[in-house]
Write a protein that binds this ligand. Structure first.
Ligand code: C2E
Ligand code: MG
Ligand code: MG
Length: 729
């Protein structure tokens, strides 16, 4: 009977693998197959159903009434008896039972003639198996039986599942995906591709991948990419891509070749991400780490890095660079007096002014509190850099208004050029720094170009500045005294006190090497006070010993005049040692008179009022005008030893010396000649009516103990000196 059912089902449209079944009647429903039945089917067709590789089954009223061997096997059972008579529930995964029932209902009710569906069958061992069932309903015992065939669909279902998943991934990924054929013609793109590039699928499909298009920005990478794909089948890296709207953006791209069974290339798959946000975040971080928080200029480390890069580029292109080291003058006192808030505003404003003056290829950095550096890129010559530096200095020195206050800031600037003044960033920076120091030493508010001979000087000076700070506390200074003789009678009339510094390492340092440094850092004020005090102490001692020296001369630095305590310092030095002013002589410089004439004159008058004598040291080396000299309350001029040196043969020196002596005579000033080393110099000066001699010929500067002895010898015994003088006159 179920043969007929099956056959009817076949005839009703259930075509199974081209099998056309045409016949048959059969025995009672659910009966166990017998030899007899097999015969009954005729031509062994029963066996065909039984042995069919397709699983065949018949279900009536939800119970299995027939299952062939393949059906038994498909469900993992051993014999048909285990199936027949059982409801379909037993062989169906609970999840799909509803589906199965619905399919049966639709056929049994005649709603549809046949259905095809996939469901999960429940095997004997409890495992599920995907099965695809085709079935029709045929009339049977006054109702309808379902006749079906089933095939194992696990592979199909798995494949479908996979491809659905792949499709889902392809569509929902945030990475752009592009699939090309072996010739890089685009076969597929995902929505993210469109989102990132702006090109729709219609724009892209069938076209060549832009990475391989010689007209595209990214084509510069194509050679590398092709090489990598050929050798390893894979390439990845960052490229600059261009969106449809022309905007460039950084993209991270990974390309893989998909190979066929024979190793042939089937496709290329590109996966790429838009790196704009990451790059921006990276840049923001980099910016934070590379910039000075206050001014936004580069910080030191980044500056040195960038400078090295610029130098490499300049070397390749044969260009020159200018490195400016800029230090604000007296910034500390602005900070101290006006407060750090104003100091900060000032620094910001100065940074803005720098930015305004520079070209975009130049770089500027703040590398210390009030220290800035600027690199002027691609200068034609040092003069060119100098001009730009001057403009920058001028701009910075314009008044700055902070909190309704006008503030004037000046700068000292050092300039070193590449390649003339250094081959690498570090030495250029150091040399610009050294030149800047020189600018400070020369009076600030100026530009100084680096010169080779500054280096040794600067190194010495740096170590000296460190040592100077401790020298006073450590008692490293001492005085030497150089005697001065009267030209008229050869008497020892005075002595000049000259400072010496025996530094911690035992080195003897002369004033010419440390006084400029002490002047620039202000230490000259306490040092000068110490000298005054020490000179007064010695003078007192000699007088007490009956050695009637007329006076002791002490050198004063112009910086000491800038200090309001100078008069007090002098007064107390005299008072402490009970010395009258007339025993003291102070040597000032021409520069002092020129630069500070107003205030200084009144201080000089007060000094004079104390009975102290004043002399102008190194006279003739500065630029004093006669009118200034006339108004300055001094007693003496000291002819610098540079002029004494050429006497009596150098006509210029002779002319200058004679002019000084003539001026002094007119203004009623005495003249001291320094640096008298030779008898003929002395003879010339004596004949020209010079008043006092000082120099190695008559006595070198000597320490206190030697001077004690020298004084003992000479004072009271003027004959010795007089003899010496007579012998050359
Ligand atoms: P100055 O005041 O003109 O001192 C004279 C300098 O000439 C001294 O050098 C002295 O040693 C040197 N001299 C003296 N006679 C001769 C000579 O016959 N031939 C040669 N070649 N040189 C001679 P020194 O001691 O090295 O002092 C150099 C300068 O340092 C001084 O020049 C002075 O301007 C400054 N100085 C020295 N001591 C002090 C000080 O206590 N305070 C300040 N502010 N400056 C000082
Ligand atoms: Mg002197
Ligand atoms: Mg002098």
């Amino acid at each position: 009977m179920w043969f007929e059912l099956i056959c009817a089902a076949m005839a009703g449209g259930l075509a199974v693998a081209g099998l056309i079944l045409l016949w048959g009647r059969r025995g009672p429903l659910g009966a166990v197959r017998t030899e007899d039945q097999k015969i009954e089917t005729g031509n062994g067709l029963f066996d065909i159903f039984e042995k069919s590789l397709l699983a065949l089954y018949v279900v009536f009223e939800r119970k299995v009434i027939y299952a062939n061997e393949a059906a038994v096997k498909l469900l993992g059972y051993d014999s048909a008896e285990e199936l027949v008579g059982h409801t379909v529930d037993k062989f169906t995964a609970p999840e799909d039972l509803n589906l199965l029932n619905e399919m049966h209902r639709r056929r049994e009710s005649g709603e549809v003639a046949s259905v095809k569906y996939a469901y999960r069958a429940l095997q004997k061992n409890g495992e599920m198996r995907w099965v695809e069932a085709h079935g029709s309903a045929v009339p049977y015992r006054g109702g309808r039986a379902v006749v079906g065939l089933a095939v194992d669909a696990s592979r199909n279902v798995e494949f479908e599942k996979q491809s659905r998943l792949a499709n889902h991934v392809f569509r929902s990924l945030t990475e752009g995906i592009l699939v090309t054929d072996p010739d890089f013609l685009i076969e597929a793109v995902n929505p993210a591709f469109t989102r990132i590039t702006g090109y729709g699928a219609a724009d892209a499909l069938g076209k060549k991948s832009l990475l391989m298009d010689t007209n595209h920005v990214a084509a510069i990478y194509s050679r590398d990419i092709l090489h990598a794909l050929k050798t390893t089948g894979h390439w990845e890296g960052e490229i600059t891509d261009r969106r449809r709207n022309g905007q460039h953006y950084p993209a991270w791209v990974s390309i893989s070749a998909v190979l066929g069974a024979q190793g042939e290339i089937l496709n290329y798959v590109y996966v790429f991400t838009d790196n704009t946000n990451r790059k921006e975040a990276e840049n923001r971080l980099k910016n934070l780490a590379s910039r000075d928080g206050l001014t936004g200029l580069l910080n030191r480390a980044t500056f040195v890095n960038n400078l090295d890069g610029l130098i490499r580029e300049s070397a390749a292109r044969g260009n020159e660079l200018g490195v400016l080291f800029i230090d604000l003058d007296h910034f500390k006192s602005i900070n101290d007096t006006l407060g750090h808030g104003i100091g900060d505003k000032l620094l910001k404003e100065i940074a803005d002014r720098m930015r305004a003056e520079l070209r975009h290829t130049d770089i500027a950095a703040r590398i210390g509190g009030d220290e800035f550096v600027v690199v002027i890129d691609n200068i034609a010559s040092a003069q060119n850099a100098e001009r730009m530096a001057q403009r920058l200095i001028e701009r910075i020195s314009r008044p700055i208004v902070v909190n309704e206050q006008e503030i004037f800031v000046t700068t000292s600037v050092g300039l070193a050029c590449y390649p003339a003044d250094g081959a690498d960033g570090e030495s250029l920076l150091r040399h610009a720094d050294i030149a800047m120091y020189q600018a400070k030493a020369r009076g600030r508010n100026m530009l100084q170009l680096f010169r080779d001979d500054m280096t040794a000087h600067a190194l010495k000076r740096m170590s000296m500045e460190n040592g100077l700070h401790r020298a006073l506390d450590r008692d490293e200074f001492y005085l030497v005294f150089q005697p001065q003789f009267s030209a008229a009678d050869g008497r020892l009339v005075g002595a000049e006190a000259l400072i010496r510094w025996r530094s911690a390492d035992g080195e003897e340092i002369f004033p010419g090497d440390f006084i400029p440094a002490a002047e620039s850092n202000g230490l000259i004020v306490p040092i000068g006070a110490w000298v005054l005090n020490e000179a007064c102490r010695c003078m007192r001692k000699w007088l007490d010993e009956g050695l009637q020296l007329e006076r002791i001369a002490v050198n004063l630095s112009p910086r000491q005049f800038a200090c309001e305590h100078l008069l007090d310092t002098i007064q107390s030095a005299l008072a402490v040692h009970g010395l009258e002013g007339r025993y003291l002589e102070l040597e000032i410089t021409e520069g002092l008179i020129l630069n500070y004439s107003q205030d200084v004159t009144s201080v000089l008058n007060e000094i004079r009022a104390m009975g102290i004598e004043l002399s102008i040291d190194d006279f003739g080396t500065g630029y004093s005008s006669l009118s200034v000299l006339k108004n300055t309350p001094v007693h003496k001029l000291k002819i610098d030893r540079r002029f004494t040196q050429g006497l009596p043969h150098d006509s210029d020196d002779v002319a200058i010396t004679e002019a000084i002596l003539a001026v002094a005579q007119k203004l009623d000033l005495k003249v001291v000649a320094e640096g008298v080393e030779k008898p003929e110099q002395q003879a010339f000066l004596k004949a020209a009516a010079c008043d006092v001699f000082q120099g190695y010929l008559l006595g070198r500067p000597m320490p206190e103990a030697a001077m004690d002895h020298f004084l003992q010898q000479h004072l009271g015994e003027p004959k010795v000196a007089a003899d010496a003088l007579d012998s050359v006159s």
